[in-house]
Design a binder for this molecule. Structure first.
Ligand code: DX5
Ligand code: ZN
Length: 220
């Protein structure tokens, strides 16, 4: 089985039928469910919170990957851990005490991730890579689905891959934003192993056809 993971983002799903959307996309081959949390403060949009995560948890047989685009972080990270999240990632610039927030997430029994915006430096990883289970490189500015892939993310993925490899730790390297069938291979070649895709999957009638096409790109 491939080490690649495809994580459809619910931000592009039909919010009137979220439970069914989760079931459908898992049936279509999703490895994880990516759950974008937007607070109309850290990002200029508002999505859903821990109550929706708790409601969806029984509908998901795969890990729920929570991407917090919120500030402050800690109380919501705790609430998502209690709501059944498996991975919880946050933007280091949104937390006053990054090391403490990572400990909080892991102490609550979840895997912890750090998210880097297109203009953000990876510098903080020098000090906390031992506490990180996932690194998420944003290839769009956070807040909206359906934006175009920012090419400089590829260089950042390469750099993150080198940091992960030299750490010797088991850390997933995720890319999020504008991922489509026609660019997923470039992200993988740069070193990504986990791929978020919102509009590319939920914007199409046949989720399985898209996920299968993405996997074909990844094995070639
Ligand atoms: C952006 C979110 C993404 C996004 C993905 O703020 O973190 O997960 O909605 O959507 P696409 O794949 O459409 O860029
Ligand atoms: Zn996301």
């Amino acid at each position: 089985m491939s080490t690649y993971r495809i994580a459809p983002s619910l931000s592009s799903a039909d919010f009137a039928r979220l439970g069914q959307e989760v079931a459908d996309v898992i049936e279509a081959g999703a490895d994880w469910i990516h759950f974008d949390v937007m607070d109309n403060h850290y990002v200029p949009n508002l999505s859903f919170g821990p109550m929706v995560c708790r409601a969806l948890r029984p509908h998901s047989t795969v890990p729920i990957d929570v991407h917090l685009m919120v500030q402050p972080v800690d109380a919501l990270a705790q609430a998502f851990a209690e709501a059944g999240a498996d991975f919880i990632s946050f933007h280091p610039d949104a937390s006053t005490h990054v090391d403490r927030t990572l400990q909080l997430i892991q102490g609550a029994g979840c895997k912890a991730g750090l998210v880097f915006n297109p203009a953000a430096s990876l510098g903080v990883l020098e000090w906390v890579i031992d506490r990180v289970d996932l690194i998420l490189i944003m290839s769009v500015n956070p807040g909206f689905g359906g934006q175009s892939f920012i090419a400089s993310a590829l260089r950042k993925i390469e750099r993150a891959r080198r940091l992960i490899d030299s750490s010797g730790r088991d850390i997933r390297l995720q890319v999020d934003g504008g991922i489509k069938v026609d660019n997923i291979r470039r992200a993988a070649a740069a070193g990504a192993d986990t791929f978020v895709a919102g509009s590319a999957i939920f914007g199409q009638p046949d989720y399985k056809a898209v996920i299968d096409a993405m996997r074909r790109e990844l094995v070639q």
